[in-house]
Design a protein around this ligand. Structure first.
Ligand code: MG
Length: 250
C-alpha cells in the first residue's frame, strides 16, 4: 500500500480546500428548510466553490453529475441532487461535498435536520456525529488505524445503530480517494498512522440494519429496510500532537 505523507505546502493547500468545504456546509445549514429542492442546494454549493476559485471535486468523478451528494432519509450516500426532490418537515438530508484547491482535495459531509425531526432521528444524528469525533480523537502519530475504526464502532453499538459495511473513509490529498481505506468497525487492520497523513473519516450509521444497496441510477445508496441513515465526515491531518481537522473554517 502506498500512502503519501503530505508536505507542509500540501497541508496548507488542504486547509484552504477544507475551508471552502466548511463554507459550503455553513451555507447548507443556513438554507436547508422545508420546501427547498436538493438541486437548489447543489447550485448554492457550486457558487461558493467557484467564488473561491476551487473545483467541485465530485462533478464528473466516475461520471457523477453534480457538485454535492444529497441523500435524504433512507438514502445513505451518493444521492443525486434533483429539482423534483423537495425537502419536507421531518426529513434528514446528508450533504457530502468535495473542493479541489490548487490540486489538493477537502472532503466533508454532514447530516442536517429539515425543520423539526423525530427523537429517534435526533439520536441518529447526535450519535453519528459523536462517532466521527470519537474516531478523530484516535488519529495520532503511531496509532493503529483499527483503533479509529473501533472507536466509531463502539459509539454505534452503544445506541444499537446499524453500521454501513460497504463504504468507509479514505486517504485524501491529490486524489479524493487514496489509501488507506477506513472501515467503520474493527477488522484487525495493522496499519499505523503517521504524522503528515491526511485521511477522511466518515461514519455512516443507520436507525435499522447494516445492509444497503444501490438504486438503478447506479449512484444512490439506500438502506435495505428503508430506515433513515446519517453521514458525518471530516478530512483530518495526523500530527505528532492533536489531530487537525482540515474541513473547518479558517
Ligand atoms: Mg469521503
Amino acid at each position: 500500500m502506498t500512502v503519501h505523507k503530505k508536505s507542509r505546502e500540501e497541508i496548507k493547500l488542504m486547509r484552504e480546500a477544507g475551508n471552502i468545504v466548511a463554507l459550503v456546509h455553513q451555507e447548507m445549514k443556513r438554507i436547508i428548510e422545508p420546501g427547498v429542492s436538493t438541486k437548489y442546494l447543489d447550485d448554492a454549493a457550486a457558487k461558493i466553490i467557484k467564488e473561491h476559485k476551487a473545483i467541485p471535486t465530485f462533478l464528473g468523478y466516475n461520471g457523477f453529475p453534480a457538485t454535492i451528494c444529497a441523500s435524504v432519509n433512507g438514502e445513505v450516500v451518493h444521492g443525486i441532487p434533483r429539482e423534483t426532490c423537495i425537502l419536507k418537515e421531518g426529513d434528514i438530508v446528508s450533504i457530502d461535498v468535495g473542493a479541489t484547491y490548487h490540486g489538493l482535495v477537502g472532503d466533508g459531509a454532514w447530516t442536517y435536520p429539515v425543520g423539526n425531526i423525530s427523537d429517534e432521528c435526533k439520536m441518529l444524528l447526535e450519535t453519528t456525529e459523536r462517532a466521527l469525533f470519537a474516531g478523530i480523537e484516535k488519529m495520532k502519530n503511531n496509532a493503529l488505524l483499527d483503533d479509529v475504526s473501533g472507536a466509531v464502532e463502539d459509539v454505534a453499538n452503544e445506541k444499537k445503530l446499524g453500521i454501513v459495511r460497504q463504504y468507509g473513509g479514505h486517504g485524501v490529498g491529490r486524489q479524493m480517494h487514496e489509501e488507506p481505506f477506513v472501515f467503520n468497525y474493527r477488522v484487525g487492520n495493522k496499519f499505523v498512522l503517521k504524522d503528515g497523513m491526511t485521511i477522511a473519516i466518515e461514519p455512516m450509521l443507520n436507525l435499522g440494519g447494516d445492509d444497503v444497496h444501490t438504486l438503478e441510477d447506479d449512484w444512490t445508496v439506500v438502506t435495505n429496510d428503508g430506515k433513515p441513515s446519517a453521514h458525518f465526515e471530516h478530512t483530518v491531518h495526523v500530527t505528532d500532537g492533536e489531530p487537525e481537522i482540515l474541513t473547518k473554517l479558517l
